[in-house]
Write a protein that binds this ligand. Structure first.
Ligand SMILES: NC(=O)c1ccc[n+]([C@@H]2O[C@H](COP(=O)([O-])OP(=O)(O)OC[C@H]3O[C@@H](n4cnc5c(N)ncnc54)[C@H](OP(=O)(O)O)[C@@H]3O)[C@@H](O)[C@H]2O)c1
Length: 297
C-alpha cells in the first residue's frame, strides 16, 4: 500500500530521472520539473508545494553549469541557495523532511586527501559558493533534512562525461586528459538507489528517521579517481566494443585547459560518516562504471 507522497523536484535531471524510477517502487511520487516549477519564482513554487502537501521533498534541482555560473551569479544563487532555503522554511513549518544535494566543489582541493564533513569548505568558484550558501540556508531553516554532498555525477546521457569520453576515444588516436583533478565518479543511478533504499526501509516513520539522522553527509561513488584514471577505465572497459581509435592517453595538467571557473584539484569525498550511520555505501566507482557501460554495449 502506497500511503506516502514524495515530491520530487527536478525529475528530468540526471539524478532526478533515476530517483523517480526508484521512488515509485514504494511511494506515491509527484515528479515536477521545468516548466511546471521554476526555482526563480519561489513564491509560486511554495504555493505549488503547499497544494501537494508531500510527506517528503527530494530536491534534485540545481544550476549545474559550473562555468556559466561565473557570469550568472544571481541565477545560480537563486536556484542553488535562496529557493532551497525557502523550501527549507516550508519544510520547517510543516515538519516535512527535505533531501537536498550539494557538491565536492564547496572545497578548495588543497587538503590533498579526501574531505570529511568536518573539513571547512572554501569554494573556488561561483557554483561552489552558491551550493555552499544553499547548504547553509537549508540547515538554518531548522527543517528536518539531509544535505548530501556528492561528486562528479554522471549518467550515460549525451553530453555527459562518459559519452564525451567515448566520442574522444572513437575519433582520436591521442587524447589528452587532466590527471590533477581528483574526485569520485558517481553514477546517478547508484546515488538514487542508495537514498531510495533508506527511505523504503524507514517508510513507516520518516519524521522519526530524519529526527535521528538529520545532517550533512558525503555520499558518492566509493573510492577516488583522477579524470585521467576515469578516462582510462572507460577506454579499458570499452576497447572491444566501441570501435575506439585511441592508442595513447596523455595525462596533462588542468592549466592546459583554461576554463572560466577554477576547479579544485583533490575534492574527493570521504563517505565514511554515511556508511557508519546507515550501514550503506555506494558501489566502487569502477564497478558502477562497468554496470553503466553494459547498457551502452
Ligand atoms: N553533475 C555533477 O557532476 C554534480 C556534482 C556534484 C554535485 N551535484 C549535485 O547533484 C544534484 C543533481 O545534479 P544533476 O547532475 O542531476 O543535475 P542536472 O542533471 O543538471 O539536473 C538539474 C535539474 O534542475 C532543473 N532546473 C534547472 N533550473 C531550474 C529552475 N530554474 N527551476 C526548476 N528546475 C530547474 C533542470 O531542469 P531543466 O533541464 O529543464 O533546466 C534539471 O532537471 C545537484 O544538487 C547538483 O548540484 C552534481
Amino acid at each position: 500500500m502506497k500511503n506516502k507522497k514524495i515530491l520530487l523536484l527536478g525529475s528530468t535531471g540526471q539524478l532526478g530521472w533515476e530517483a523517480h524510477r526508484h521512488l515509485i517502487g514504494f511511494s506515491e511520487v509527484v515528479a515536477l520539473d521545468t516548466p511546471e516549477i521554476d526555482f526563480t519564482k519561489p513564491e509560486q513554487l511554495i504555493e505549488t508545494i503547499s497544494s501537494i502537501r508531500p510527506d517528503l521533498i527530494f530536491n534534485a534541482v540545481a544550476y549545474t553549469a559550473v562555468d556559466l555560473a561565473e557570469e550568472k551569479i544571481d541565477l545560480a544563487n537563486q536556484i542553488n541557495a535562496i529557493t532551497p532555503g525557502k523550501i527549507g522554511d516550508y519544510c520547517q513549518r510543516t515538519q516535512t523532511p527535505l533531501i537536498h544535494f550539494s557538491t565536492d566543489y564547496v572545497f578548495d582541493g588543497k587538503k590533498g586527501i579526501d574531505y570529511t564533513e568536518l573539513d571547512s569548505p572554501n569554494p573556488l568558484n561561483q557554483y561552489g559558493r552558491s551550493k555552499l550558501l544553499g547548504e547553509q540556508l537549508v540547515a538554518e531553516s531548522g527543517c528536518l533534512h539531509w544535505i548530501l554532498r556528492t561528486s562528479w555525477v554522471y549518467s550515460n546521457r549525451e553530453g555527459g562525461f562518459l559519452q564525451k569520453a567515448l566520442q574522444w576515444a572513437r575519433h582520436n588516436q591521442e587524447v589528452r586528459i587532466v590527471d590533477d583533478q581528483i574526485g569520485n565518479p558517481t553514477w546517478c543511478r547508484a546515488l538514487a538507489n542508495g537514498v531510495s533504499i533508506l527511505l523504503a526501509q524507514n517508510l513507516t516513520d520518516w519524521t522519526r528517521f530524519f529526527e535521528e539522522t538529520q545532517g550533512l553527509y558525503h555520499l558518492a561513488g566509493w573510492g577516488n579517481s583522477s579524470r585521467f584514471e576515469w578516462m582510462q577505465q572507460i577506454v579499458d572497459i570499452s576497447r572491444d566494443n566501441h570501435n575506439l581509435q585511441v592508442k595513447n592517453l596523455v595525462p596533462v595538467k588542468t592549466s592546459e585547459f583554461p576554463a572560466p571557473a577554477e576547479r579544485p584539484t583533490h575534492s574527493a569525498l570521504n563517505c565514511n560518516k554515511f556508511e557508519n550511520t546507515f550501514q550503506l555505501k555506494l558501489p566502487d566507482w569502477r564497478l558502477a562504471l562497468r554496470m553503466v557501460m553494459e547498457e551502452i554495449k
